[in-house]
Structures are given as C-alpha cells and as structure tokens.
Design a protein around this ligand. Structure first.
Ligand code: GLV
Ligand code: GLV
Length: 323
C-alpha cells in the first residue's frame, strides 16, 4: 500500500526514483504552473506534497488535502508556503538549506563580476564580429578597493563575503541583527541607510517576508551612489521593479544584475529588459548539477521521513517536526 504523493512539477530523476520506490505519484507534467483546481482531485487523496516553487501553499490548498502528513520543496526560500497554516494543521514543511550556500554565493558574486567587467556585453560584441573593445566600448569598473554591501547576512552572505575579500573588497552588511561572528568574518555592520550610502556594490540575499517586500524602492535608490551596482539574488519582490526601472533610466544608480525578478519571469516586453544597464538571468542561483541533485535528494528524503511519521532532516516549523 504505497503512499500517495502529489508532485507539482519536474523533479530530477534520482530523487523521483527514490520517491517512486515507496510512493504512488501524481505529477503535474505541464511547463505552465498548475492551478489549484487542477490538483484538487489528487490532493484529496494525498499524504505527501512535493512543491516545485510553482504554486502557493495556503489554507485553501490545505483544506483540499485533509490527509497531508508532510510538505517539502527543494529550495531554501519558502515565501510561497504559508508556514502558520501548515503548523496549525500539524504538517511539517521541509526546505533545503545548507546544501546550496556556496553554489548560490558563486552565482551572486559571478553576477557582480560579470556586470562590473561587462563580460556578457563583451561576448555579444565579439559574436557580432567585432574585436578589441575600443573607445566606443564601455569600460568596466574594478572590484579592488571597493565596498560591497550585503543585505541579508545569512550563510549565503557569509560565503559571498569570502569571495569579495579575496578580490580586495571591503565588506559591510545589514541584517535585522548584527552577527556575533562578524569579526571572524571580517565584515562590519551598518544600518540600512548607512549601507545604501556607502556601498559601491549591493548584493541582496534577504528572504522575502512582509518586512523585506519592496525594501528597495525610490527612496532607497536615491540614497545609493550614482555609480552603485545592485545585485538581487534573493527574491524579486524585495526590489520594486518600477522604481528600479526609473532609477536605472535616470542613472540614479549605475547598474542592476538580477537572478530574480518581479514578476518572474519578466514578460518579453517588460521595460526593464529594454535597458542597456541591466543583466538578467533566470533564477539560477542554485542551478548546478551537484547542488540541484543534493536539494532534490534532501527534499525527497524529508518527504519519505514525513510519510513514515519521522522527523525531517531540515524542517522550517520544527514545533511540529518532533512528534
Ligand atoms: C532558490 O531560490 C531557493 O530558494 O533555493
Ligand atoms: C541568506 O540570506 C541565507 O538565507 O543564507
């Protein structure tokens, strides 16, 4: 008698095989996200739910799935999951922190370097049959002796700081609470306003919460240096897209590099995509073979543990994890 599990999208083969051994699966196969109504017939039977970031888990969904014992998602962020609603129904939710820190730090710092040195524009230039960037090719800027401001100094932020320091950058950060290990990390705490005014590059890594939604808007861009670069590797809505567009058009800041956007994906005719001083990649922070496999296997493992009534390895609402 296999456990019934709903999977809302694509899952890497290793993890899918592990789940299939013990479960009967109902998997959404379209590339477009499912509507709740699409999943309801499956959810009514489900004991496990494997979310792939393409649906909101809220009270309405949970009410349609009375038999759920566990919910998992292969991601560190869980802004699409109503944790309180899960907890009130005694359902543990497992995310996948830890395994993606270095990988995501590589991408965030890679975006910074790519933007600063115009690597992507240079490649387009060469592919157009040109060579030797001359006076008409925009020069990049140095990282050396510049200040990086990290907003949201968790494990990923600490991994970014190491990379920046090797490149000769000073690292300042803003967090809700200063880190107790800041001396060891060789990073200095600033208030948000101080960081905005002082940083040459800002990397955003804060989770999306009611407090961080719209954290970067017109007022914040006005406080930043006109030469500043903004890199968002967190969640799109932490940055107000309209205000960012205005700031980039008016050169209130110099450049933006985004791994995440609002909306996501950006429609092909979105104004941000028309700008010369922006670089956008499609939410690839954790997208390496090694890390995506680790994330998928950790999520699958959490799912199977939850179905067996055991504690998940990584659980957000720990108060319902230890039963
Ligand atoms: C990706 O964005 C994640 O939250 O892991
Ligand atoms: C960064 O904000 C993290 O979640 O580690």
């Amino acid at each position: 008698n296999k456990h019934k599990v709903v999977i809302t999208g694509q899952v890497l083969p290793s993890a899918l095989a592990a789940i299939k051994q013990q479960c009967e699966i109902y998997q959404w196969q379209e590339t477009t996200p499912p509507q709740l109504a699409d999943l309801i017939p499956w959810l009514q039977q489900a004991e496990g739910l494997f979310v792939t970031g393409n649906i909101k888990v809220n009270d309405t969904l949970l009410a349609a799935a009375p038999g759920l014992k566990v919910i998992v998602q292969p991601a560190v962020g869980y802004d699409n999951i109503d944790i309180k609603a899960c907890t009130s129904r005694q359902i543990p939710f497992g995310n996948t922190p830890g395994v993606l820190n270095e990988t995501t730090a590589d991408l965030a710092f890679g975006l910074l370097m790519t933007a600063a040195r115009r690597i992507h524009e240079s490649w387009a230039w060469v592919r157009d049959g040109k060579w030797r960037p001359g006076v008409h090719f925009p020069l990049g800027i140095d990282l050396y002796n510049k200040t990086l401001g990290i907003v949201g100094m968790g494990a990923i932020g600490a991994a970014v700081a190491k990379r920046a320091q090797v490149s000769g950058m000073k690292v300042i950060y803003y967090n809700r609470r200063p880190r107790t290990d800041q001396e060891q990390l060789k990073v200095e705490y600033r208030t948000f306003s101080e960081l905005l005014a002082e940083a040459d590059f800002i990397i955003v890594l804060t989770p999306l919460t009611p407090e961080s939604r719209g954290l970067f808007g017109a007022e914040e861009f006005a406080q930043m240096k006109p030469t500043a670069y903004l890199i968002n590797a967190a969640r799109g809505p932490v940055v107000d897209s309209q205000a960012l567009y205005t700031a980039l058009v008016n050169n209130e800041i110099a450049y933006a590099a985004l791994d995440v956007t609002d909306p996501e994906p950006l429609p092909a005719d979105h104004p941000l995509l028309t700008l010369p001083n922006i670089l956008v990649v499609p939410h690839i922070g954790s997208a390496t073979i090694e890390t995506r496999n680790k994330m998928a296997m950790l999520a699958a493992n959490n799912l199977l543990l939850g179905l067996a009534g055991k504690s998940l390895v990584t659980c957000v609402n720990t108060e319902v994890n230890y039963r």
